[in-house]
Design a protein around this ligand. Structure first.
Ligand code: BYC
Length: 315
């Protein structure tokens, strides 16, 4: 049962949210707000870091020095995004070690999309175009999220993501205007990445466990279905420009709705992937654990250096 004091604090808190004030780390906040933010921001951070793997797979095979340099910079940016987001999560009173532990034990999720394999160079184009495109749609609205450190991290991340999206679309334009074989590669990548990209927005609003609370607290500013529709509406004209086939025969402009109609997502596949049964779930986590273990000496060296500095100060 809530005490009167807590009820007052919650009412003041909600009033601040309703007034569009940002909540900062040392402000009072309901335990559920804190927990929900830790869940969402840390899963966002995990997505950025795990998301480096499918693209990292192509750094050594990029078709030119220019493409290699661009891809390297993009993957590095993603590591940076993960770091801003882990730092934002830590302001809520949880340690980096706990967050990484939750990822590696499978307790915390990361975006389902990164459990699909990158089979050809066109997949790198499709990831930039579709996956980063979907991420930006979501993240633009998260720039207005109610938690200050998360909102500020999003501003910087969105700037970099827009470069990521354009580099991906540029790869697709070149392939779509290339040889028959290159066009076929572009089409195949679009077909394979389309549905998983739509799944990035999460379940339908009616099935979304966290949406109602997150919308009330303005952690989320737009619902899963609204963001998904926005992404489809902005991406279909880009498919037209590439003169590729639609990956979904049900895509069609609806005059009545003022939006593109589209077919139903395979939710069985979505739930299987987020429960750990996608193509690459095990491989992604194993790779993370291996890299983390191999980095243990760096953490040990940092700890030893900090202890030495502390001892020197105390002497
Ligand atoms: N994948 O109640 P719901 C990037 C889970 S990476 C996996 O609607 P919520 C990039 C959800 O967590 C950008 N799980 O949840 C990097 C929940 O389970 P838990 C990643 C998903 O949080 C490298 C359950 O399903 N962006 O840009 O209200 C290369 C029920 O869902 C997914 C973000 O992380 C999914 N797709 O809404 C290239 C954005 N969808 O936690 C690009 C920040 C749902 O109770 N996150 N689930 O165990 C968000 O905006 C929200 O968390 C979501 C889900 C819209 C994703």
């Amino acid at each position: 049962m809530k005490t009167d004091d807590n009820a007052d604090l919650e009412a003041i808190f909600q009033q601040r949210i309703d007034n569009e004030e940002k909540i900062e780390p040392k402000d009072w906040m309901p335990d559920d707000y804190r927990r929900n933010l830790i869940r969402q921001i840390s899963q966002h951070a995990h997505s950025e870091v795990i998301g480096m793997q499918p693209e990292g797979n192509w750094i050594t095979r990029a078709p030119s020095l220019r493409r290699k340099a661009v891809l390297l910079a993009k993957v590095q940016d993603e590591g940076g995004h993960g770091l801003y987001l882990y730092s934002a999560t830590e302001t809520l009173g949880i340690s980096r070690a706990e967050l990484i532990g939750a990822l590696q034990s499978g307790k915390a999720k990361y975006a389902s999309i990164f459990n699909y394999p990158t089979l050809t160079w066109a997949d790198i184009g499709a990831i930039g175009w579709l996956v980063d495109g979907a991420a930006i749609c979501n993240q633009i609205s998260l720039q207005r999220t109610s938690y200050g450190p998360y909102a500020r991290a999003m501003v910087r991340i969105c700037k970099e993501e827009s470069f990521h999206q354009r580099q991906g679309y540029e790869i697709m334009v070149v392939l779509a205007q290339g040889s028959d074989e290159q066009r076929a590669m572009a089409q195949d990548a679009l077909n394979r990445w389309w549905w998983p990209s739509l799944m990035m927005f999460g379940p339908h609003d009616a099935e979304s466990a966290h949406s109602a609370r997150s919308m009330q607290w303005k952690i989320k500013r737009e619902t899963n279905d609204d963001l998904r529709q926005k992404f489809i509406d902005q991406t279909v004209p880009q498919i037209d420009y590439l003169k590729l086939e639609y990956p979904d025969p049900k895509i069609q402009w609806s005059e009545d709705r003022g939006h593109y109609d589209f077919g139903e997502i395979d939710w069985e596949e979505f739930y299987a992937v987020i429960k750990g049964d996608g193509h690459c779930n095990r491989e992604r986590l194993q790779h993370h654990i291996k890299a983390h273990e191999e980095g243990e000496w760096v953490r040990q060296a940092l700890r030893a250096y900090n202890e030495k500095k502390r001892a020197q100060k105390a002497a």
